[in-house]
Design a protein around this ligand. Sequence first.
Ligand code: F6R
Length: 603
Amino acid sequence: MCGIIGYIGKQEAFPVLISGLKRMEYRGYDSFGFCIHDNENGTTTFKKVGKISAADQVLGDMKVSGNMGHAHTRWATHGGVTEANAHPHLDCKGSISVVHNGIVENYKELKKELEAEGHTFISQTDTEVLAHLIEKFFDGNLEQAVKKAVGRVRGTYGIVVLSKDDPNKIVAARSGSPLLIGIGEDEYLVASDPAAVVANTKKVVYLNEGEIATLTPDNYSIYTEREPQEIDWNVEDVEMGKYPHFMLKEIMEQPESLRNSLRGRLVPDEGKAKLGGLMPIEERLRDIERIYVIACGTARYAALTAEYMLEEYAGITAKVDAASEFRYRKSTIDRNCAMLAISQSGETADTLAAIREAKSKGVLTIGVTNAVESSQARETDAGVYNHAGPEIGVASTKAFTSQLAVLALLSLYLGRQRQLSLVMGQRIANELIRIPDLVQKALECEPQVRELAAKYKDCGNMLFMGRKYNYPTAMEGALKMKELSYIHAEGLASGELKHGPLALVEDGFPVVAICPSDSVYEKNVSNIMELKARRARILAVATEGNEDIAGIADEVIYIPKTLEMLTPIVAVVPLQLLAYHVALARGCDIDKPRNLAKSVTVE
Ligand code: F6R
Protein backbone atom coordinates (compact mmCIF):
# COMPACT_ATOMS: atom_id res chain seq x y z
CA MET A 1 0.00 0.00 0.00
CA CYS A 2 2.74 2.45 0.89
CA GLY A 3 5.25 3.64 -1.69
CA ILE A 4 8.98 3.41 -0.98
CA ILE A 5 12.02 4.53 -2.93
CA GLY A 6 15.76 4.70 -2.37
CA TYR A 7 18.47 6.42 -4.43
CA ILE A 8 22.25 6.21 -4.51
CA GLY A 9 24.40 7.69 -7.28
CA LYS A 10 25.96 10.84 -8.64
CA GLN A 11 22.86 13.06 -8.80
CA GLU A 12 21.25 14.96 -5.96
CA ALA A 13 18.94 12.46 -4.30
CA PHE A 14 16.29 15.00 -3.23
CA PRO A 15 14.60 15.73 -6.61
CA VAL A 16 14.80 12.07 -7.65
CA LEU A 17 13.14 10.92 -4.43
CA ILE A 18 10.46 13.60 -4.51
CA SER A 19 9.44 13.01 -8.12
CA GLY A 20 9.55 9.24 -7.54
CA LEU A 21 7.27 9.63 -4.52
CA LYS A 22 4.86 11.79 -6.47
CA ARG A 23 4.58 9.12 -9.15
CA MET A 24 3.88 6.52 -6.48
CA GLU A 25 1.52 8.58 -4.40
CA TYR A 26 -1.47 6.54 -5.51
CA ARG A 27 -0.16 3.79 -3.22
CA GLY A 28 -0.94 5.88 -0.12
CA TYR A 29 -1.17 9.54 0.65
CA ASP A 30 -1.74 10.15 4.36
CA SER A 31 1.74 11.50 4.97
CA PHE A 32 5.23 11.32 3.51
CA GLY A 33 8.83 11.61 4.54
CA PHE A 34 12.44 11.18 3.47
CA CYS A 35 15.97 10.86 4.81
CA ILE A 36 18.90 12.09 2.72
CA HIS A 37 22.53 11.53 3.58
CA ASP A 38 25.39 13.82 2.63
CA ASN A 39 28.96 12.89 3.57
CA GLU A 40 29.82 16.52 4.37
CA ASN A 41 26.60 17.95 5.78
CA GLY A 42 25.22 14.88 7.52
CA THR A 43 21.68 13.59 7.36
CA THR A 44 18.39 15.42 6.79
CA THR A 45 15.21 13.70 7.89
CA PHE A 46 11.83 15.27 7.09
CA LYS A 47 8.25 14.08 7.60
CA LYS A 48 4.94 15.72 6.91
CA VAL A 49 1.26 14.86 7.26
CA GLY A 50 -0.75 15.22 4.03
CA LYS A 51 -0.19 14.60 0.37
CA ILE A 52 3.19 15.21 -1.20
CA SER A 53 1.42 16.68 -4.23
CA ALA A 54 0.08 19.43 -1.94
CA ALA A 55 3.49 20.20 -0.43
CA ASP A 56 5.22 21.81 -3.41
CA GLN A 57 5.70 25.09 -1.60
CA VAL A 58 7.35 23.55 1.48
CA LEU A 59 9.51 21.27 -0.63
CA GLY A 60 10.38 24.06 -3.05
CA ASP A 61 11.82 26.11 -0.19
CA MET A 62 14.01 23.26 1.04
CA LYS A 63 17.68 22.92 0.27
CA VAL A 64 18.71 19.35 0.84
CA SER A 65 21.89 18.01 -0.65
CA GLY A 66 23.24 14.49 -0.67
CA ASN A 67 23.64 11.66 -3.18
CA MET A 68 21.83 8.96 -1.29
CA GLY A 69 18.57 8.68 0.55
CA HIS A 70 15.19 7.08 0.81
CA ALA A 71 11.58 8.25 0.97
CA HIS A 72 8.10 7.00 1.74
CA THR A 73 4.45 7.84 1.09
CA ARG A 74 2.15 6.28 3.68
CA TRP A 75 -1.23 4.55 3.87
CA ALA A 76 -1.74 4.21 7.62
CA THR A 77 -2.18 0.77 9.16
CA HIS A 78 -0.66 0.83 12.66
CA GLY A 79 -0.95 4.25 14.28
CA GLY A 80 -2.86 7.35 13.26
CA VAL A 81 -1.92 9.86 10.60
CA THR A 82 0.69 11.89 12.49
CA GLU A 83 4.17 13.17 11.80
CA ALA A 84 5.60 10.79 14.40
CA ASN A 85 4.04 7.83 12.61
CA ALA A 86 5.21 8.93 9.15
CA HIS A 87 8.32 7.20 7.76
CA PRO A 88 11.32 7.06 7.88
CA HIS A 89 11.65 5.55 11.36
CA LEU A 90 14.92 5.79 13.21
CA ASP A 91 16.73 3.75 15.86
CA CYS A 92 17.60 5.18 19.31
CA LYS A 93 20.78 6.88 18.07
CA GLY A 94 19.15 8.31 14.95
CA SER A 95 21.71 6.44 12.86
CA ILE A 96 19.62 3.74 11.19
CA SER A 97 16.71 4.91 9.06
CA VAL A 98 13.99 2.59 7.71
CA VAL A 99 11.14 3.00 5.23
CA HIS A 100 8.73 0.09 5.07
CA ASN A 101 5.80 -1.20 3.05
CA GLY A 102 3.92 -4.07 4.70
CA ILE A 103 2.95 -5.13 8.19
CA VAL A 104 5.09 -6.54 10.99
CA GLU A 105 2.52 -8.86 12.54
CA ASN A 106 4.57 -9.73 15.64
CA TYR A 107 5.52 -6.12 16.33
CA LYS A 108 3.99 -6.11 19.82
CA GLU A 109 6.14 -8.94 21.13
CA LEU A 110 9.24 -7.54 19.41
CA LYS A 111 8.55 -4.09 20.83
CA LYS A 112 8.19 -5.51 24.35
CA GLU A 113 11.48 -7.35 24.00
CA LEU A 114 13.29 -4.29 22.63
CA GLU A 115 11.83 -1.98 25.28
CA ALA A 116 13.01 -4.39 27.96
CA GLU A 117 16.48 -4.11 26.44
CA GLY A 118 16.34 -0.30 26.73
CA HIS A 119 15.16 0.82 23.28
CA THR A 120 12.89 3.87 23.27
CA PHE A 121 9.98 4.13 20.83
CA ILE A 122 8.44 7.38 19.71
CA SER A 123 5.72 6.23 17.29
CA GLN A 124 2.77 3.84 17.34
CA THR A 125 3.88 2.05 14.17
CA ASP A 126 4.94 -1.51 13.60
CA THR A 127 7.77 -0.21 11.38
CA GLU A 128 9.69 1.44 14.20
CA VAL A 129 10.35 -2.05 15.57
CA LEU A 130 12.43 -2.75 12.45
CA ALA A 131 14.72 0.24 13.05
CA HIS A 132 15.40 -0.88 16.63
CA LEU A 133 15.75 -4.52 15.67
CA ILE A 134 18.38 -3.62 13.06
CA GLU A 135 20.10 -1.44 15.71
CA LYS A 136 20.17 -4.42 18.07
CA PHE A 137 21.99 -6.57 15.51
CA PHE A 138 24.21 -3.85 14.04
CA ASP A 139 27.94 -4.35 14.49
CA GLY A 140 29.25 -2.22 11.63
CA ASN A 141 27.72 -4.16 8.70
CA LEU A 142 24.23 -3.06 7.67
CA GLU A 143 23.44 -6.06 5.42
CA GLN A 144 24.19 -8.50 8.21
CA ALA A 145 22.07 -6.53 10.67
CA VAL A 146 19.14 -6.36 8.25
CA LYS A 147 19.45 -10.06 7.54
CA LYS A 148 19.32 -10.93 11.24
CA ALA A 149 16.49 -8.48 11.91
CA VAL A 150 14.17 -9.71 9.15
CA GLY A 151 14.79 -13.23 10.38
CA ARG A 152 12.82 -12.24 13.50
CA VAL A 153 9.89 -10.70 11.61
CA ARG A 154 6.53 -12.32 10.97
CA GLY A 155 4.42 -10.52 8.37
CA THR A 156 5.23 -8.69 5.17
CA TYR A 157 7.88 -6.18 4.33
CA GLY A 158 9.59 -4.30 1.59
CA ILE A 159 12.20 -2.18 3.36
CA VAL A 160 14.89 0.26 2.34
CA VAL A 161 17.46 0.97 5.05
CA LEU A 162 20.32 3.46 5.52
CA SER A 163 22.85 3.81 8.32
CA LYS A 164 25.20 6.69 9.10
CA ASP A 165 27.56 4.15 10.62
CA ASP A 166 27.85 2.07 7.43
CA PRO A 167 27.60 4.90 4.88
CA ASN A 168 27.54 4.89 1.06
CA LYS A 169 25.22 1.94 1.00
CA ILE A 170 21.49 1.20 0.84
CA VAL A 171 20.17 -2.15 1.96
CA ALA A 172 16.77 -3.39 0.75
CA ALA A 173 14.85 -6.52 1.68
CA ARG A 174 11.60 -8.02 0.51
CA SER A 175 9.09 -10.53 1.80
CA GLY A 176 5.50 -10.31 0.63
CA SER A 177 5.77 -6.69 -0.55
CA PRO A 178 7.21 -5.90 -3.96
CA LEU A 179 10.60 -4.27 -4.51
CA LEU A 180 12.67 -3.69 -7.60
CA ILE A 181 16.11 -2.28 -8.31
CA GLY A 182 16.47 0.32 -11.08
CA ILE A 183 19.84 0.23 -12.81
CA GLY A 184 20.71 3.67 -14.18
CA GLU A 185 23.84 5.37 -15.52
CA ASP A 186 26.07 5.78 -12.46
CA GLU A 187 23.08 5.45 -10.19
CA TYR A 188 20.90 2.81 -8.59
CA LEU A 189 17.36 3.08 -7.33
CA VAL A 190 15.15 0.76 -5.36
CA ALA A 191 11.39 1.12 -5.18
CA SER A 192 8.12 -0.63 -4.53
CA ASP A 193 6.86 0.35 -7.96
CA PRO A 194 8.33 0.72 -11.47
CA ALA A 195 6.53 4.11 -11.75
CA ALA A 196 9.02 5.52 -9.24
CA VAL A 197 12.12 4.70 -11.27
CA VAL A 198 10.99 4.89 -14.89
CA ALA A 199 12.09 8.54 -15.31
CA ASN A 200 15.67 7.48 -14.47
CA THR A 201 15.88 4.03 -16.00
CA LYS A 202 13.86 1.30 -17.66
CA LYS A 203 16.34 -1.43 -16.70
CA VAL A 204 15.10 -3.20 -13.59
CA VAL A 205 15.61 -6.30 -11.51
CA TYR A 206 12.68 -7.49 -9.39
CA LEU A 207 13.66 -8.85 -6.01
CA ASN A 208 12.44 -12.34 -5.22
CA GLU A 209 10.77 -13.30 -1.98
CA GLY A 210 13.21 -13.29 0.92
CA GLU A 211 16.01 -11.55 -0.99
CA ILE A 212 18.23 -8.83 0.41
CA ALA A 213 20.03 -6.39 -1.90
CA THR A 214 22.82 -3.89 -1.34
CA LEU A 215 23.18 -0.78 -3.48
CA THR A 216 26.36 1.31 -3.56
CA PRO A 217 27.18 4.26 -5.87
CA ASP A 218 28.98 1.87 -8.28
CA ASN A 219 27.13 -1.39 -8.04
CA TYR A 220 24.34 -3.49 -6.68
CA SER A 221 24.30 -7.03 -5.40
CA ILE A 222 21.57 -9.53 -4.61
CA TYR A 223 21.99 -13.06 -3.38
CA THR A 224 20.90 -14.55 -6.70
CA GLU A 225 22.37 -13.06 -9.88
CA ARG A 226 20.06 -12.55 -12.85
CA GLU A 227 19.60 -10.52 -16.00
CA PRO A 228 17.86 -7.12 -15.78
CA GLN A 229 14.55 -6.68 -17.63
CA GLU A 230 13.06 -3.73 -19.56
CA ILE A 231 10.00 -1.84 -18.30
CA ASP A 232 7.72 -1.86 -21.35
CA TRP A 233 6.17 1.58 -20.82
CA ASN A 234 7.33 5.18 -20.62
CA VAL A 235 7.37 7.97 -18.08
CA GLU A 236 4.41 9.61 -19.96
CA ASP A 237 2.34 6.56 -19.01
CA VAL A 238 2.62 7.50 -15.35
CA GLU A 239 2.04 11.22 -15.88
CA MET A 240 -1.27 12.98 -16.45
CA GLY A 241 -0.29 14.82 -19.62
CA LYS A 242 -3.18 16.92 -20.89
CA TYR A 243 -5.72 15.45 -18.45
CA PRO A 244 -6.75 16.98 -15.11
CA HIS A 245 -6.87 13.56 -13.40
CA PHE A 246 -5.35 10.15 -13.93
CA MET A 247 -8.82 8.66 -13.77
CA LEU A 248 -10.06 10.64 -16.76
CA LYS A 249 -6.86 9.86 -18.65
CA GLU A 250 -7.31 6.16 -17.96
CA ILE A 251 -11.01 6.18 -18.92
CA MET A 252 -10.11 7.87 -22.21
CA GLU A 253 -7.21 5.47 -22.81
CA GLN A 254 -9.50 2.45 -22.84
CA PRO A 255 -9.71 1.96 -26.62
CA GLU A 256 -5.90 1.81 -26.66
CA SER A 257 -5.53 -0.32 -23.54
CA LEU A 258 -8.08 -2.77 -24.94
CA ARG A 259 -6.19 -2.91 -28.23
CA ASN A 260 -3.05 -3.74 -26.27
CA SER A 261 -4.84 -6.42 -24.26
CA LEU A 262 -6.16 -8.09 -27.40
CA ARG A 263 -3.17 -7.64 -29.70
CA GLY A 264 -1.93 -10.89 -31.23
CA ARG A 265 -4.32 -12.96 -29.17
CA LEU A 266 -7.10 -13.69 -31.64
CA VAL A 267 -7.23 -16.08 -34.60
CA PRO A 268 -10.59 -15.05 -36.09
CA ASP A 269 -10.64 -17.61 -38.92
CA GLU A 270 -10.28 -20.45 -36.47
CA GLY A 271 -12.56 -18.76 -33.94
CA LYS A 272 -9.83 -19.15 -31.35
CA ALA A 273 -7.85 -17.20 -28.79
CA LYS A 274 -4.09 -17.62 -28.59
CA LEU A 275 -2.82 -17.16 -25.04
CA GLY A 276 0.91 -17.81 -24.83
CA GLY A 277 0.93 -17.73 -21.05
CA LEU A 278 -1.39 -20.74 -20.92
CA MET A 279 0.62 -22.90 -23.34
CA PRO A 280 2.53 -24.76 -20.60
CA ILE A 281 -0.76 -25.91 -19.05
CA GLU A 282 -2.81 -26.33 -22.24
CA GLU A 283 -3.35 -30.07 -21.80
CA ARG A 284 -4.10 -29.81 -18.09
CA LEU A 285 -6.79 -27.24 -18.84
CA ARG A 286 -8.72 -29.71 -20.99
CA ASP A 287 -9.41 -31.81 -17.90
CA ILE A 288 -10.56 -28.99 -15.65
CA GLU A 289 -14.16 -29.47 -14.53
CA ARG A 290 -14.73 -26.37 -12.40
CA ILE A 291 -13.10 -22.99 -12.01
CA TYR A 292 -12.95 -21.00 -8.79
CA VAL A 293 -12.49 -17.35 -9.61
CA ILE A 294 -11.15 -15.17 -6.81
CA ALA A 295 -10.50 -11.45 -6.72
CA CYS A 296 -11.26 -8.30 -4.72
CA GLY A 297 -13.25 -5.14 -5.39
CA THR A 298 -13.53 -4.18 -9.03
CA ALA A 299 -11.57 -7.26 -10.09
CA ARG A 300 -14.25 -9.34 -8.33
CA TYR A 301 -16.89 -7.73 -10.53
CA ALA A 302 -14.83 -8.76 -13.54
CA ALA A 303 -14.76 -12.26 -12.01
CA LEU A 304 -18.56 -12.26 -11.63
CA THR A 305 -18.89 -11.33 -15.30
CA ALA A 306 -16.49 -14.16 -16.15
CA GLU A 307 -18.76 -16.55 -14.27
CA TYR A 308 -21.44 -15.95 -16.91
CA MET A 309 -18.92 -16.09 -19.77
CA LEU A 310 -17.27 -19.31 -18.64
CA GLU A 311 -20.54 -21.10 -18.05
CA GLU A 312 -22.19 -19.93 -21.27
CA TYR A 313 -19.28 -20.26 -23.68
CA ALA A 314 -16.72 -22.59 -22.12
CA GLY A 315 -19.32 -24.85 -20.55
CA ILE A 316 -17.37 -24.93 -17.30
CA THR A 317 -18.98 -24.45 -13.90
CA ALA A 318 -17.52 -21.34 -12.35
CA LYS A 319 -17.78 -20.13 -8.78
CA VAL A 320 -16.68 -16.69 -7.68
CA ASP A 321 -15.45 -15.86 -4.22
CA ALA A 322 -14.09 -12.72 -2.64
CA ALA A 323 -10.43 -13.57 -2.13
CA SER A 324 -10.75 -12.39 1.46
CA GLU A 325 -13.41 -15.06 2.08
CA PHE A 326 -11.97 -17.98 0.15
CA ARG A 327 -9.26 -19.00 2.58
CA TYR A 328 -11.62 -18.94 5.55
CA ARG A 329 -14.24 -21.31 4.20
CA LYS A 330 -14.05 -25.07 3.96
CA SER A 331 -13.79 -25.15 0.22
CA THR A 332 -14.67 -28.06 -2.02
CA ILE A 333 -11.89 -27.06 -4.39
CA ASP A 334 -9.89 -30.09 -5.54
CA ARG A 335 -7.48 -31.22 -8.23
CA ASN A 336 -10.22 -31.30 -10.89
CA CYS A 337 -10.61 -27.56 -10.41
CA ALA A 338 -8.51 -24.60 -11.39
CA MET A 339 -8.27 -21.37 -9.47
CA LEU A 340 -8.40 -18.22 -11.57
CA ALA A 341 -7.08 -15.17 -9.71
CA ILE A 342 -7.72 -11.70 -11.09
CA SER A 343 -5.77 -8.71 -9.80
CA GLN A 344 -4.69 -5.51 -11.52
CA SER A 345 -1.72 -5.01 -9.21
CA GLY A 346 -0.91 -8.66 -8.66
CA GLU A 347 -0.01 -7.67 -5.10
CA THR A 348 -3.38 -7.79 -3.32
CA ALA A 349 -2.70 -9.64 -0.07
CA ASP A 350 -6.07 -11.41 0.09
CA THR A 351 -5.77 -12.64 -3.49
CA LEU A 352 -2.24 -13.91 -2.92
CA ALA A 353 -3.33 -15.69 0.25
CA ALA A 354 -6.14 -17.44 -1.64
CA ILE A 355 -3.70 -18.52 -4.38
CA ARG A 356 -1.35 -19.97 -1.76
CA GLU A 357 -4.22 -21.81 -0.10
CA ALA A 358 -5.29 -23.35 -3.44
CA LYS A 359 -1.69 -24.28 -4.31
CA SER A 360 -1.29 -26.04 -0.99
CA LYS A 361 -4.17 -28.29 -2.07
CA GLY A 362 -2.50 -29.12 -5.38
CA VAL A 363 -4.94 -26.99 -7.39
CA LEU A 364 -3.83 -25.50 -10.73
CA THR A 365 -3.62 -21.72 -10.37
CA ILE A 366 -4.03 -19.25 -13.24
CA GLY A 367 -3.60 -15.50 -12.92
CA VAL A 368 -4.85 -12.47 -14.82
CA THR A 369 -2.79 -9.44 -13.86
CA ASN A 370 -1.63 -6.13 -15.25
CA ALA A 371 1.65 -6.11 -13.36
CA VAL A 372 4.56 -7.92 -14.95
CA GLU A 373 6.68 -9.77 -12.38
CA SER A 374 4.14 -9.11 -9.65
CA SER A 375 3.81 -11.59 -6.81
CA GLN A 376 0.70 -13.03 -8.45
CA ALA A 377 2.48 -13.48 -11.78
CA ARG A 378 5.30 -15.29 -10.00
CA GLU A 379 3.19 -17.48 -7.79
CA THR A 380 0.53 -18.76 -10.18
CA ASP A 381 1.23 -21.78 -12.38
CA ALA A 382 0.38 -19.86 -15.55
CA GLY A 383 -1.44 -16.71 -16.57
CA VAL A 384 -2.35 -13.93 -18.91
CA TYR A 385 -1.10 -10.36 -18.65
CA ASN A 386 -3.50 -7.49 -19.26
CA HIS A 387 -0.96 -5.22 -20.98
CA ALA A 388 -3.28 -2.29 -20.14
CA GLY A 389 -0.35 -0.06 -19.12
CA PRO A 390 0.11 1.35 -15.62
CA GLU A 391 -3.10 2.30 -13.83
CA ILE A 392 -2.45 5.15 -11.43
CA GLY A 393 -5.95 6.40 -10.56
CA VAL A 394 -6.96 4.68 -7.34
CA ALA A 395 -10.33 3.76 -8.83
CA SER A 396 -9.82 1.02 -11.37
CA THR A 397 -11.13 1.75 -14.87
CA LYS A 398 -8.97 0.62 -17.79
CA ALA A 399 -7.81 -2.41 -15.83
CA PHE A 400 -11.45 -3.48 -15.40
CA THR A 401 -12.32 -3.32 -19.10
CA SER A 402 -9.04 -5.03 -19.90
CA GLN A 403 -9.86 -7.78 -17.40
CA LEU A 404 -13.23 -8.27 -19.10
CA ALA A 405 -11.56 -8.53 -22.51
CA VAL A 406 -8.98 -11.02 -21.23
CA LEU A 407 -11.69 -13.06 -19.54
CA ALA A 408 -13.63 -13.15 -22.80
CA LEU A 409 -10.45 -14.40 -24.50
CA LEU A 410 -10.05 -17.02 -21.81
CA SER A 411 -13.67 -18.17 -22.19
CA LEU A 412 -13.13 -18.45 -25.94
CA TYR A 413 -9.89 -20.37 -25.40
CA LEU A 414 -11.45 -22.84 -22.97
CA GLY A 415 -14.68 -23.02 -24.96
CA ARG A 416 -12.85 -24.03 -28.14
CA GLN A 417 -11.03 -26.73 -26.16
CA ARG A 418 -14.51 -28.02 -25.37
CA GLN A 419 -17.83 -27.79 -27.22
CA LEU A 420 -17.90 -24.17 -28.45
CA SER A 421 -18.56 -24.22 -32.20
CA LEU A 422 -16.28 -22.75 -34.84
CA VAL A 423 -19.04 -20.35 -35.91
CA MET A 424 -19.67 -19.04 -32.40
CA GLY A 425 -15.92 -18.83 -31.79
CA GLN A 426 -15.56 -16.73 -34.95
CA ARG A 427 -18.40 -14.44 -33.84
CA ILE A 428 -16.78 -13.81 -30.47
CA ALA A 429 -13.34 -13.29 -32.00
CA ASN A 430 -14.64 -10.84 -34.61
CA GLU A 431 -16.65 -8.91 -32.06
CA LEU A 432 -13.65 -8.68 -29.71
CA ILE A 433 -11.68 -7.14 -32.57
CA ARG A 434 -14.35 -4.38 -32.78
CA ILE A 435 -14.46 -3.74 -29.04
CA PRO A 436 -11.82 -0.96 -28.86
CA ASP A 437 -13.75 1.02 -31.53
CA LEU A 438 -17.04 0.43 -29.73
CA VAL A 439 -15.53 1.75 -26.50
CA GLN A 440 -14.28 4.77 -28.44
CA LYS A 441 -17.86 5.35 -29.54
CA ALA A 442 -19.19 4.87 -25.99
CA LEU A 443 -16.80 7.59 -24.81
CA GLU A 444 -18.67 10.09 -26.97
CA CYS A 445 -21.30 10.29 -24.23
CA GLU A 446 -18.93 12.31 -22.05
CA PRO A 447 -20.50 15.78 -22.65
CA GLN A 448 -23.96 14.35 -21.92
CA VAL A 449 -22.73 12.61 -18.77
CA ARG A 450 -21.05 15.81 -17.59
CA GLU A 451 -24.43 17.58 -17.82
CA LEU A 452 -26.25 14.74 -16.09
CA ALA A 453 -23.70 14.79 -13.28
CA ALA A 454 -24.81 18.29 -12.37
CA LYS A 455 -28.31 16.90 -11.80
CA TYR A 456 -27.18 13.91 -9.73
CA LYS A 457 -24.46 15.52 -7.66
CA ASP A 458 -26.63 16.21 -4.62
CA CYS A 459 -28.12 12.74 -4.28
CA GLY A 460 -27.71 11.07 -0.91
CA ASN A 461 -28.27 7.55 -2.26
CA MET A 462 -28.35 5.81 -5.61
CA LEU A 463 -29.21 2.37 -6.92
CA PHE A 464 -27.62 0.74 -9.94
CA MET A 465 -29.32 -2.31 -11.43
CA GLY A 466 -28.72 -4.80 -14.19
CA ARG A 467 -29.30 -8.44 -15.06
CA LYS A 468 -27.11 -11.34 -16.16
CA TYR A 469 -23.84 -9.96 -17.62
CA ASN A 470 -24.72 -6.48 -16.43
CA TYR A 471 -25.51 -7.33 -12.84
CA PRO A 472 -21.75 -7.11 -12.06
CA THR A 473 -21.66 -3.94 -14.19
CA ALA A 474 -24.28 -2.43 -11.86
CA MET A 475 -22.15 -3.31 -8.84
CA GLU A 476 -19.09 -1.81 -10.49
CA GLY A 477 -21.02 1.39 -11.32
CA ALA A 478 -22.13 1.66 -7.69
CA LEU A 479 -18.61 1.02 -6.39
CA LYS A 480 -17.17 3.73 -8.64
CA MET A 481 -19.85 6.15 -7.45
CA LYS A 482 -19.32 5.51 -3.75
CA GLU A 483 -15.53 5.45 -3.76
CA LEU A 484 -15.19 8.66 -5.77
CA SER A 485 -18.17 10.82 -4.80
CA TYR A 486 -18.93 9.34 -1.34
CA ILE A 487 -22.60 9.04 -2.35
CA HIS A 488 -24.03 5.86 -0.92
CA ALA A 489 -24.74 3.57 -3.86
CA GLU A 490 -25.73 -0.09 -4.22
CA GLY A 491 -25.57 -2.34 -7.25
CA LEU A 492 -28.39 -4.86 -7.58
CA ALA A 493 -29.59 -7.68 -9.76
CA SER A 494 -32.72 -6.05 -11.23
CA GLY A 495 -34.86 -9.01 -10.18
CA GLU A 496 -33.82 -8.57 -6.54
CA LEU A 497 -35.38 -5.10 -6.31
CA LYS A 498 -38.78 -6.28 -5.23
CA HIS A 499 -37.26 -8.52 -2.57
CA GLY A 500 -36.40 -5.59 -0.34
CA PRO A 501 -34.55 -2.63 -1.87
CA LEU A 502 -37.77 -1.31 -3.45
CA ALA A 503 -38.71 -0.10 0.03
CA LEU A 504 -36.07 2.63 -0.37
CA VAL A 505 -37.70 4.07 -3.46
CA GLU A 506 -39.71 7.27 -3.19
CA ASP A 507 -40.41 10.23 -5.41
CA GLY A 508 -37.29 11.13 -7.39
CA PHE A 509 -35.10 8.29 -6.01
CA PRO A 510 -32.25 7.89 -8.55
CA VAL A 511 -31.79 4.51 -10.20
CA VAL A 512 -29.28 3.80 -12.95
CA ALA A 513 -30.67 0.93 -15.02
CA ILE A 514 -28.25 -0.90 -17.30
CA CYS A 515 -30.57 -2.34 -19.91
CA PRO A 516 -28.91 -3.03 -23.25
CA SER A 517 -30.95 -4.79 -25.93
CA ASP A 518 -30.04 -8.32 -24.87
CA SER A 519 -31.72 -11.55 -23.81
CA VAL A 520 -32.97 -9.99 -20.55
CA TYR A 521 -34.05 -6.60 -21.89
CA GLU A 522 -37.80 -7.23 -21.47
CA LYS A 523 -37.28 -8.34 -17.87
CA ASN A 524 -35.26 -5.23 -17.16
CA VAL A 525 -38.02 -3.07 -18.60
CA SER A 526 -40.55 -4.71 -16.26
CA ASN A 527 -38.34 -3.77 -13.30
CA ILE A 528 -38.00 -0.22 -14.59
CA MET A 529 -41.81 -0.03 -14.78
CA GLU A 530 -42.06 -1.18 -11.16
CA LEU A 531 -39.70 1.62 -10.21
CA LYS A 532 -41.53 4.20 -12.32
CA ALA A 533 -44.79 3.23 -10.62
CA ARG A 534 -43.12 4.40 -7.41
CA ARG A 535 -41.89 7.60 -9.08
CA ALA A 536 -38.20 6.65 -9.12
CA ARG A 537 -36.01 8.68 -11.45
CA ILE A 538 -34.47 6.39 -14.05
CA LEU A 539 -31.24 6.95 -15.89
CA ALA A 540 -31.08 4.15 -18.46
CA VAL A 541 -27.95 2.88 -20.19
CA ALA A 542 -29.39 1.38 -23.37
CA THR A 543 -28.37 0.22 -26.83
CA GLU A 544 -28.34 2.86 -29.54
CA GLY A 545 -31.37 2.62 -31.76
CA ASN A 546 -33.69 1.71 -28.88
CA GLU A 547 -36.20 4.55 -29.02
CA ASP A 548 -38.79 2.91 -26.77
CA ILE A 549 -36.64 3.30 -23.70
CA ALA A 550 -36.67 7.09 -24.11
CA GLY A 551 -40.42 6.99 -23.46
CA ILE A 552 -39.94 5.09 -20.21
CA ALA A 553 -36.77 6.37 -18.58
CA ASP A 554 -36.17 9.95 -17.45
CA GLU A 555 -32.80 10.05 -19.14
CA VAL A 556 -31.00 7.68 -21.52
CA ILE A 557 -27.33 7.24 -22.32
CA TYR A 558 -26.82 5.21 -25.47
CA ILE A 559 -24.05 2.67 -25.95
CA PRO A 560 -23.14 0.83 -29.16
CA LYS A 561 -24.50 -2.64 -29.81
CA THR A 562 -22.28 -5.64 -29.25
CA LEU A 563 -22.50 -9.31 -28.27
CA GLU A 564 -24.31 -9.75 -24.97
CA MET A 565 -21.22 -11.21 -23.25
CA LEU A 566 -19.21 -8.10 -24.18
CA THR A 567 -21.83 -5.47 -23.25
CA PRO A 568 -20.26 -4.82 -19.82
CA ILE A 569 -17.12 -3.51 -21.56
CA VAL A 570 -19.10 -0.73 -23.24
CA ALA A 571 -21.82 -0.30 -20.59
CA VAL A 572 -19.34 0.46 -17.82
CA VAL A 573 -17.89 3.44 -19.71
CA PRO A 574 -20.77 5.88 -18.98
CA LEU A 575 -20.83 4.65 -15.38
CA GLN A 576 -17.13 5.44 -14.96
CA LEU A 577 -17.71 8.88 -16.47
CA LEU A 578 -20.77 9.48 -14.29
CA ALA A 579 -18.84 8.68 -11.10
CA TYR A 580 -15.98 10.88 -12.31
CA HIS A 581 -18.16 13.90 -13.12
CA VAL A 582 -20.37 13.60 -10.04
CA ALA A 583 -17.25 13.44 -7.86
CA LEU A 584 -15.78 16.41 -9.72
CA ALA A 585 -18.97 18.41 -9.22
CA ARG A 586 -18.88 17.57 -5.51
CA GLY A 587 -15.28 18.76 -5.23
CA CYS A 588 -13.91 15.32 -4.28
CA ASP A 589 -10.27 14.33 -4.63
CA ILE A 590 -10.72 12.03 -7.60
CA ASP A 591 -7.34 10.36 -7.89
CA LYS A 592 -6.95 10.04 -4.13
CA PRO A 593 -10.31 9.19 -2.57
CA ARG A 594 -10.34 9.39 1.20
CA ASN A 595 -9.20 6.34 3.19
CA LEU A 596 -8.21 4.40 0.08
CA ALA A 597 -5.00 3.53 -1.69
CA LYS A 598 -4.19 1.48 -4.72
CA SER A 599 -2.83 -2.03 -4.30
CA VAL A 600 -4.06 -3.38 -0.98
CA THR A 601 -1.06 -5.31 0.25
CA VAL A 602 -2.46 -5.88 3.73
CA GLU A 603 -5.22 -8.34 4.68
C1 F6R B 1 -11.92 -0.05 -7.04
C2 F6R B 1 -10.64 -0.71 -6.99
C3 F6R B 1 -10.46 -1.81 -6.02
C4 F6R B 1 -9.54 -2.89 -6.61
C5 F6R B 1 -9.24 -3.96 -5.55
C6 F6R B 1 -8.42 -5.10 -6.10
O1 F6R B 1 -11.96 0.95 -8.00
O2 F6R B 1 -9.73 -0.35 -7.69
O3 F6R B 1 -11.66 -2.34 -5.62
O4 F6R B 1 -10.16 -3.45 -7.71
O5 F6R B 1 -8.58 -3.39 -4.48
O6 F6R B 1 -7.19 -4.65 -6.58
P1 F6R B 1 -6.30 -5.54 -7.54
O7 F6R B 1 -7.03 -5.67 -8.82
O8 F6R B 1 -5.01 -4.80 -7.66
O9 F6R B 1 -6.15 -6.87 -6.87
